[in-house]
Design a binder for this molecule. Sequence first.
Ligand SMILES: Cc1cc2nc3c(=O)[nH]c(=O)nc-3n(C[C@H](O)[C@H](O)[C@H](O)COP(=O)(O)OP(=O)(O)OC[C@H]3O[C@@H](n4cnc5c(N)ncnc54)[C@H](O)[C@@H]3O)c2cc1C
Length: 353
Amino acid sequence: MGECSQFDNNEVPFSQRPIVILGAGIIGSATARQLLLNGFPVVLVAEYLPGDQNIYYASAWAGAAWHAAGGITPDQRYLQAVTHRILLKMAQDGPEAGVSIVNAREYLEQKPAPDSAIWGKTVVSKFREMSPGEYPPDFNCAWAYETLVTDPTRHMPYLRKEVESLGGRFIRHRVEALQELYEMFPESRVFINASGWGSKTLTDVQDDKCFPERGQNVFLATDQCNTLYFRNGKEYTYVIPRPLSEGVVLGGVKQQGNLSPEVDMDIARDEIARAHRLAPEIVPEHPAADKVSHIIGIRPSRKGGFRLDSEQKDNRVVLSAYGFGGGGYAFSYGVADALVKMVETAERENVIL
Ligand SMILES: Cc1cc2nc3c(=O)[nH]c(=O)nc-3n(C[C@H](O)[C@H](O)[C@H](O)COP(=O)(O)OP(=O)(O)OC[C@H]3O[C@@H](n4cnc5c(N)ncnc54)[C@H](O)[C@@H]3O)c2cc1C
């Protein structure tokens, strides 16, 4: 054998080996788009694909508002900021992506703590503290600003089209382990696990920190759909406008461990009552039955927060990006951009011998 034997001439060049993504929710699909825009070949493998409506496919059911999360690290804030930048550009480019700029009114039960959602004022437009008299007297303070809402019924099909037109490929297939993907794509070196709740059961992941958190929202058809209302405090209530579908989404509820696909009418009535108290000018006390429909989805939550990391496993790099709970849309494109950088690091380590 000559000195050059470590270089196998029959191997597929690194740049032509697809990056394999498990999961085609907002995290996997946004990551595919950002990778493709950077020239990487991409294949997505998933049981549910954009356009599907299974309750376990959280990305079909999100509100989906951009709201600054409280209690997160500076690096995590930056992921949200990047997401805002990318979604804003989509909104400015027209309605095709299903992203809209809306007014927001956030009412706080308590004075904001330093690690609260207040950091979001560096990201959103037109932030101002509201004056007493502009908001209900039972709140400590209130903020007005512009934010972004993504209509998943439009955004997911848009993303599918984007990914496919950039050369990405979706394969509908359920796997029981990441190992199956290694066998399906023996030449690939970089794998991304964006399987959401699936990471609980994949036999070579079995992340016990993952847990399902059921959400059930009311969709109210109305042409008054340009202002978001958010109650910040112990009570978890929001009114998220969906201008492109001419309605508002009323929530919320988080039910740990509940996997029921049935509408719970007590929850629906309670959400309407809370939303009416928060935004009486938009939500009537007793909306007409033909204006009301219901949304049910399982949030892929994780104790201690989401995973976003890189591991070397034999001659492969496995990137994990799951456990986004109730914030997958607000983190999506920031996570996707971070994953592009992690894939570039993996590429560098494979190419520079
Ligand atoms: C009612 C409700 C309201 C919400 N509101 C908001 C909001 O206002 N703002 C916000 O940011 N977020 C919101 N969310 C949260 C958001 O929907 C999720 O965080 C996000 O959709 C998670 O995306 P994901 O891609 O990680 O997971 P998912 O969308 O669940 O996708 C997981 C993917 O992995 C695939 N998969 C899993 N296991 C396997 C396997 N073994 N084999 C093959 N494929 C597999 C699935 O088929 C799917 O394609 C809300 C969620 C709900 C339910």
